[in-house]
Ligand binder design. Sequence first.
Ligand code: 5GP
Ligand code: ZN
Length: 117
Amino acid sequence: MNETDCLFCKILAGSAAADVIYQDNRCVVIRDINPQAPTHLLVVPREHMESLDDASPKDESLLGHLLRISARVAYEHGLSESGGYRAVINTGSGAGQSVLHLHVHVLGGREMTWPPG
Ligand code: 5GP
Ligand code: ZN
């Protein structure tokens, strides 16, 4: 999938709608359209990258930023205090990745089980 066909690139460009709850020069955080927990956010880098498999050493700072922003928005939504949250990066179709633009899921507001399904 290239950037022209990418749903998250369209959201980032403003040509597809989304509920944006945070943004900076490197990423945008949106609410998942099909939430799997009371709070389900997606931390999406502005730069198109299909998956974690495509990250190179030059992306290490960006990856760290995505995790730090995951913690920040989790805190701002009360997840850190109310039992915690889960940050997930599905990588590949067998792991459940359906949108081929790297993103971190931030899920919270309910008990989480382990192992994940
Ligand atoms: P993945 O399955 O790739 O790990 O995660 C993709 C996520 O994007 C899914 O949780 C799915 O519900 C969400 N999603 C799919 N289409 C849209 C959309 O149009 N808007 C928003 N906000 N989320 C979407
Ligand atoms: Zn994209």
